[in-house]
Design a binder for this molecule. Structure first.
Ligand SMILES: Cc1cc2nc3c(=O)[nH]c(=O)nc-3n(C[C@H](O)[C@H](O)[C@H](O)COP(=O)(O)OP(=O)(O)OC[C@H]3O[C@@H](n4cnc5c(N)ncnc54)[C@H](O)[C@@H]3O)c2cc1C
Length: 441
């Protein structure tokens, strides 16, 4: 049975380490993305002394430039069997929604094989159930979190649209609606006029769509992280600019090698997004099959009022979200690893995709492109767990396309791990079983 952590206020480990002259934090959080920062705040509220380490300022990784969509409707894994037939066509188009860098192929093959293996009915359904369990409480958990830091304006619970333009895709839309409904996702079929009543700027070519009322968007993904960090700092969390280059876990504590020196703490939380794998391997001995699906955005600062809610195109396979600082066009999946430079033409390509969606041309002045690393595991489930000697290693990474959506509930689960048994979670939280590290051990 897993042991509960001692009360932070009376933690002998914490006191003895600080008395020995090491860092006086109870927990070091590696990574100040939306996941690490939300977790740091939650842990501090539980009474732990928290130090967050990041090589950059909070929220400068994938959390900086995501589409801001509270995508609670996306309960399906990143691939399904029907996608397989379309993949060759997608790969032939160098600016299409999917790109595989052929030089990276040898490294991505094991991950892709696992992805295919997870398309079998049983693991596929397990992934759907795991994603759904997090998504079902995501919006409510975010509302509670943002209310607690007095930043409710950041979240709009106004729904989102999935639209289609071609008669040929009407069947695909109907099929999608059936699948969403079967998973309990609230959705409503709209005609073309019904779509335009909600989003009048969209072209008359839009034939119809689905409205997901139980979704929403944030007004500024980066601001969300900055505000979480500010709230965390206000209750004592310390943020340090340092790259963690290695770590060891033992019965007496965690030793981290960082660009700012060695840090010894009783516990660590690994929340380094797509960069988490090597630290997890050295702390737990488990080599997780974490890869990155690189994604792009193009920000149009002069188009803030164009849409009232996030709109995804079924055929064009990208999303447009109205943010405080303009319209964000986002999407595409690129397998090219963490090292290769971005191909910003993929971000600029989003401009052409978007142009076809509106009856009036978009103002592209001052548009800025961006690329980020989605942290993706081949079963489309994150790792939210505790591991290592005396459960000293907490883990929260691998949220692929849904890291923003699932950050608040992830933080709640991580908070539970520090004081309670898995079996006695606070009511309303999903069981953490589907997100265990052991599935890759
Ligand atoms: C184009 C795009 C669109 C997206 N749209 C959405 C969306 O609409 N809705 C949604 O829910 N999700 C979306 N996502 C996914 C979401 O952005 C990610 O899942 C989420 O940001 C992951 O958060 P994170 O905190 O785990 O990682 P990150 O935000 O990447 O944070 C990890 C942090 O760890 C730091 N770090 C890494 N290694 C080290 C180290 N060794 N030492 C110290 N620090 C380190 C990094 O500097 C970084 O700050 C999108 C992603 C992309 C790319």
């Amino acid at each position: 049975m897993t042991q509960a952590y001692p009360d932070p206020a009376t933690s002998i480990q914490a006191r003895s380490l600080s008395a020995a002259g090491f860092d006086d934090a109870d927990i070091a959080v590696v990574g100040a993305g939306v996941i690490g920062t939300a977790c740091a705040l939650e842990l501090a509220r539980k009474g732990f002394r928290v130090r967050v380490l990041d090589s950059d300022a909070p929220g400068m990784g994938a959390s900086f430039g995501n589409a801001g969509h509270m995508a609670t409707e996306q309960v399906f894994p990143i691939a399904d069997a029907s996608l397989l037939t379309r993949i060759p066509g997608m790969l032939m188009d160098p600016t299409g929604p999917l790109r595989l860098d052929w030089r990276y192929l040898p490294r991505s093959i094991p991950w892709l094989v696992r992805l295919l293996w997870n398309l079998r009915p049983s693991p596929y359904q397990a992934s759907v159930a795991g994603i759904r369990a997090l998504n079902e409480v995501s919006l409510a958990t975010w509302k509670t979190l943002l209310t607690s830091i007095d930043k409710t304006w950041l979240l709009r619970h106004e729904g989102s649209l999935l639209v289609h333009e071609s008669e040929a895709t009407a069947g695909e839309l109907a099929h999608a609606m059936g699948r969403f409904s079967a998973q309990g996702v609230a959705c409503e079929r709209l005609s073309g006029d019904g779509v335009r009543q909600l989003a009048p700027s969209l072209t008359a070519n839009i034939r119809g769509g689905l409205l997901f009322p139980e979704t929403g968007h944030v007004m500024d993904p980066h601001q969300v992280v900055k505000d979480l960090a500010k709230a965390a700092e206000a209750i004592g969390v310390r943020f340090s600019r340092a790259e963690v280059t290695g770590g060891q876990a033992s019965d007496v504590g965690i030793r981290l090698q960082t660009s700012g020196g060695v840090l010894e703490v009783p516990r660590v939380l690994v929340a380094a997004g797509a960069h988490s794998a090597s630290l997890v391997a050295s702390l737990t001995g488990v080599r997780v099959p974490l890869d990155t699906e690189r994604g792009y955005h193009l920000m149009l600062p002069r188009e803030g009022g164009r849409l009232p809610m996030a709109v995804t195109s079924l055929e064009r396979r990208f999303i447009m979200t109205p943010l405080a600082e303009g319209l964000r066009l986002a999407g595409t999946v690129e397998f090219a690893g963490l090292q290769r430079p971005p191909r910003m033409e993929r971000a600029w390509r989003l401009r052409q995709l978007a142009e076809g969606m509106f009856s009036q041309p978009l103002d592209e002045a001052e548009a800025t492109p961006w690329m980020g690393f989605r942290p993706s595991l081949p079963d489309s489930l994150p790792i939210i767990d505790r591991a290592g000697p005396e459960d000293r290693v907490l883990l929260a990474f691998g949220h692929h396309h849904l890291g923003l959506t699932q950050a608040a509930v992830t933080a709640r689960l991580i908070g539970q791990f520090t004081s309670l048994e898995h079996e006695t979670l606070e009511p309303g939280l999903p069981s953490p079983r589907p997100y265990r590290l052991a599935r890759f051990a």
